[in-house]
Design a protein around this ligand. Structure first.
Ligand code: DQA
Length: 139
C-alpha cells in the first residue's frame, strides 16, 4: 500500500519539546521506525508548519495515488477549517492521529474540527498512533 504520513505544525520539534508528552525521539527517528515497520509498503513523509502546505499535500495525495493519509495536524487539528475542507475535497481516506491522549489534556485539545471528515481517529499511543492508523488500512 502507499501511505502518506503527514505532520503539521510544531511536529518538527518532536524529541526536543515537551519530551514527557511526546517522547525523546525526533520526528526523523519516528519516521525511520515507521518505514522499517512497513517494509513492504511505500511510505512517504512530509512535515510543514504552514497550513496551506498541508492543504496542498492533501490535494496532491489524490493524484499521487495514495491509499491513505495518516495526519497529525498538531494544533491545527483544533481550529483549521482550511485543513478540514482540504480533507473533504479528496477521496483519499485520512486518519487523524495524535501521539498524546488529547482528551486527557487541556480543554482546547478536546475539540477537533477535522474528525468529522476523517475515516477515524487514533490518539494516545505515542509513535504507535501512526503505526496503528496505517495498520488499520490493512484490516
Ligand atoms: C498533538 C496534540 C495537539 O494538541 C498538539 O497541538 C500537538 C501534537 C499530538 O500528537 O499529541 O502539536 O497533535
Amino acid at each position: 500500500m502507499k501511505f502518506l504520513f503527514l505532520n503539521g505544525v510544531n511536529l518538527n520539534m518532536t524529541g526536543i519539546r515537551e519530551k514527557e508528552v511526546y517522547g525523546a525521539q525526533t520526528l526523523d527517528e519516528i519516521n525511520a521506525d515507521i518505514k522499517n515497520y512497513f517494509k513492504d509498503d511505500l511510505c512517504e513523509f512530509y512535515q510543514s508548519n504552514c497550513e496551506g502546505d498541508i492543504c496542498t499535500a492533501i490535494h496532491n495525495a489524490q493524484a499521487k495515488g495514495f491509499d491513505g493519509i495518516i495526519l497529525n495536524a498538531g494544533a491545527y487539528t483544533h481550529y483549521s477549517y482550511a485543513i478540514r475542507d482540504a480533507i473533504a475535497s479528496v477521496t483519499v481516506p485520512v486518519i487523524e492521529v495524535h501521539m498524546s491522549n488529547v482528551h486527557s489534556r487541556e480543554e482546547f485539545r478536546h475539540k477537533s474540527v477535522i474528525s468529522q471528515v476523517c475515516k477515524g481517529v487514533i490518539c494516545g499511543f505515542g509513535k504507535n498512533s501512526y503505526i496503528l492508523a496505517a495498520q488499520s488500512f490493512k484490516l
